[in-house]
Design a protein around this ligand. Sequence first.
Ligand SMILES: [Zn+2]
Length: 127
Amino acid sequence: MGKKELIRKFISFYTSSRVEQRGRRLYKSGAIKSIEYDKKTDTYYAQVEGSKLYKTRVRGVLKGDITTSCTCPFDWGLVCKHTVAVLLHIQNNKGEILKKNNREFDDPIKMADFKNITESLILKKVI
Ligand SMILES: [Zn+2]
């Protein structure tokens, strides 16, 4: 399955059409402030502007086994509109990296937080 098809299926399986629509609107309005891809862990780290700036993570696109997380308080389902926006960005872009706001993007503490979470998850799996 190609990347586009995989993401399309993931979105239609894990979101309601309402959340998907909102995510599409977010994506089109340029709400994604930055996105970085870490090849080693097959993980995208994005910052998405909502009522606050949220950090959204998408893993496993390359492997075909997608898992996502977001720092927003969304709890109506598995996948929030920020995650949909990031998935649409990944789906529609050949160049995987976007940096609109380098200053926030390069904040070492924020990014380190995320990487620590990822690493601990990997370690758990290995053990
Ligand atoms: Zn979210």
